[in-house]
Design a protein around this ligand. Structure first.
Ligand SMILES: [Fe+2]
Ligand SMILES: [Fe+2]
Length: 377
């Protein structure tokens, strides 16, 4: 049986918990801080920011400041300014749209985008939370990544909320990535990357492993989040532009704003990591990454848009992927993979910028007035 006494055990006299051979010899001289040798004393000095490293650092990871990467802390503060929950966005009109307004081709697009995204976000969470965070050796980097892990979980909640609101078959939707080859292709590429850096014998003091890790980080931040996610919402935004599935699209806009930060943070980490470790990404390995990503994205677009919908088709989707890929490459500082690709969907960047805080809060007020949230009044 628990009692308050059990929780107070830590307050017991130390001597009561020391083994017999550790008992203090009353006759021995008392050791003071002054008696420590200089080396031991230096080891207790506060952290020097210059000693921090992205990986393989030796500085005490339990001390947040002084910052070596103040931008990482800024990312954390900025991320906290985009907080919402899926329950705050009305889905009633979407239920009607989905069942009565969408064509069969549009329902096919919507469901498969949802199936792809929900699997992807679980993978994104596992990558940052299990493979990346434990390798970071500066706390300011880990803290933003902890927020990112939460956001990926929030995104998964958002998709689940959409799936539940629309009454879709959950088992079928979540399993779809395994039975639809065009979705599986993208997930498999990501899984392969993740598995390589999750190995228990992965040692970042080995230069080959360090390059593998940098390449994996590049893949997840630049391609997976920066291109596939950024461009992955567009089929639903194409519906939204015609007044359809506006609740789901608004949810995706909030997710997209998080993803823009994830990508920007990841690119910054990759750049700093390469500089700090005096490392360059192998151009051939990069070319292979881009080519695999483009092939997987083309197959995916060909499947979800096997029939074009009004204002959107597979060719536009792939062209936009190439255009965004070039932008990301410039941001990292590597050569453009698809020179000459055009911005065929200029409205996509406007979606990312959002500029709808005002609408968002107006929506919330309306929802609270009409929903059950004020039932106690
Ligand atoms: Fe996400
Ligand atoms: Fe993300």
């Amino acid at each position: 049986m628990y009692s308050a006494h059990h929780f107070d055990d830590w307050d017991s006299p130390v001597s009561a918990t020391l083994p017999a051979d550790a008992a203090v010899d009353a006759g021995a001289p008392v050791k003071t801080a002054l008696a420590h040798d200089r080396e031991a004393f230096a080891a207790l000095a506060p952290v020097n920011a210059a000693d921090k490293r992205i990986v393989n650092g030796k500085a005490d990871i339990n001390q947040l400041a002084p910052f070596k990467y103040p931008w990482a802390w800024e990312f954390f503060l900025k991320a906290n300014r985009n907080h919402w929950t899926p329950l705050e966005i009305g889905m009633a009109q979407d239920v009607h749209d989905y069942h009565h307004k969408l064509s069969a081709a549009e329902r096919h697009v919507f469901e498969n985008v949802l199936a792809y995204l929900t699997t992807s976000d679980i993978l994104a969470m596992r990558n940052i939370g299990l493979a990346v965070m434990e390798k970071m050796s500066a706390p300011e980097l880990q803290i933003y990544q902890a927020r990112q892990v939460y956001e990926e979980a929030l995104h998964t909640w958002t998709y689940q909320h959409c799936i539940e609101s629309l009454g879709l078959d959950q088992q079928e939707i979540y399993n779809r990535y395994r039975v639809v080859p065009a979705i599986h292709g993208k997930i498999q590429l990501a899984n392969q990357r993740l598995e390589r850096v999750l190995r228990s014998d992965f040692d970042l003091t080995n230069r080959g492993n360090l390059h593998e890790f940098a390449l994996s980080y590049f893949f997840f931040a630049v391609i997976f989040e920066g291109c596939w996610f950024y461009n992955g919402f567009t089929p639903v935004f194409a519906l939204q532009r015609r007044g359809l599935m506006k609740g789901a699209a608004e949810q995706l806009q909030y997710i997209m704003r998080d993803e823009v930060l994830h990508c920007a943070f990841g690119i910054r980490v990759v750049r700093e990591l390469l500089k700090e470790e005096n490392l360059a990404l192998d151009p051939q390995a990069l070319r292979l990454l881009w080519d695999e990503a483009e092939a997987a994205e083309s197959a995916y677009a060909g499947y979800i848009l096997r029939e074009p919908i009004l204002g959107y088709n597979a060719e536009l989707h792939v062209q936009q992927f190439r255009f965004i890929a070039n932008r990301r490459a410039r941001q990292v500082g590597v050569s453009e993979p698809f020179p000459g690709a055009e911005n065929v969907l200029p409205w996509l960047d406007e979606q990312a910028n959002l500029r709808k805080e005002k609408n968002f809060f107006e929506t919330r007020v309306t929802e609270y007035q009409t929903g059950g949230a004020l039932a106690w009044e």
